[in-house]
Design a protein around this ligand. Structure first.
Ligand SMILES: C[S@@+](CC[C@H](N)C(=O)[O-])C[C@H]1O[C@@H](n2cnc3c(N)ncnc32)[C@H](O)[C@@H]1O
Length: 233
């Protein structure tokens, strides 16, 4: 099966993919976060997040808590069908959406196994009198029992990776080095699904680490960025 980037709505694309054909789901969905009050959350990502003047806006980040949870369960349930038994799932989230993300993972039918910390380092914006907002999280689990015989290494529970301007091609882009470590949860040479590819960091990391991959991305601009990044490897 070939690597492919599909441009469109993951909810419509996922049902077209073959059941039981993926060895891992690794994705960074819209967080629907970035504000304490409902009104603030409903602003566009470019208004909510830092660096907004550097990168293009994207869709799907404006839902309130209840509808975001429902939407997460909808696409995650579709992913249950696509994964092999025992395959790992990794979902990025922030501190605000951590409880919702663990709920969604389990409501869809996955087994929740833990949380990995992405330590963004001291490079993030400091504020006097506050803890540095230095971490994001990977909620991880599996489709049912996860055999210890899977061909995958021991992985760190805290991954320290700085966001570098030269490596950030999306408003909420993840460092390539971070994603190179996360994808190693997939069985050696396996096939990784990322339904919310953004600028394609998961797919680039998968390619560099010797995995096969399929990605979806709804925003045309970011689908183009992903294609360019993959072509440049
Ligand atoms: C948090 S970003 C992913 C960023 C990515 N990790 C990176 O490093 O570039 C989430 C992406 O999901 C896309 N998206 C939102 N709703 C979608 C949907 N229904 N189907 C497919 N993609 C969607 C957005 O356009 C956005 O680019």
């Amino acid at each position: 099966m070939e690597n492919q980037l599909l441009q469109g709505d993951a909810l419509k694309l996922l049902p077209t993919l073959e059941a039981g054909s993926f060895d891992a789901l690794i994705t960074d969905p819209p967080y629907a976060s970035g504000g304490v009050h409902a009104g603030a959350r409903q602003r566009s990502p470019a208004q909510k997040y830092l660096d907004s003047n550097l990168h293009a806006d994207f869709v799907g980040d404006e839902r309130d808590q209840r509808s975001h949870l429902q939407w997460m369960v909808l696409w995650l349930s579709e992913c249950v069908r696509l994964l092999k038994d025992g395959a790992p799932v990794c979902l990025f989230t922030d501190w605000r959406q951590l409880p919702l993300t663990t709920d969604a993972l389990q409501a869809a039918g996955f087994t929740w196994r833990g949380i990995v910390v992405w330590d963004k380092t001291e490079g993030v914006r400091p504020q006097l009198g506050r803890f540095r907002n230095q971490a994001e999280y990977v909620v991880w689990g599996s489709k049912g029992a996860m055999p210890l015989t899977r061909r995958a290494p021991v992985l760190p529970g805290v991954i320290r990776a700085k966001v570098l301007k030269s490596d950030k091609l999306h408003l909420t882009g993840k460092p390539t080095e971070l994603m190179r470590q996360v994808v190693r949860i997939c069985e050696e040479g396996g096939r990784i699904l990322d339904p919310f590819a953004g600028s394609g960091t998961t797919l680039v990391a998968a390619q560099l680490e010797g995995y096969r991959w399929v990605g979806c991305e709804l925003t045309q601009h970011y689908a183009d960025v992903t294609r360019q990044r993959l072509a440049a490897l």
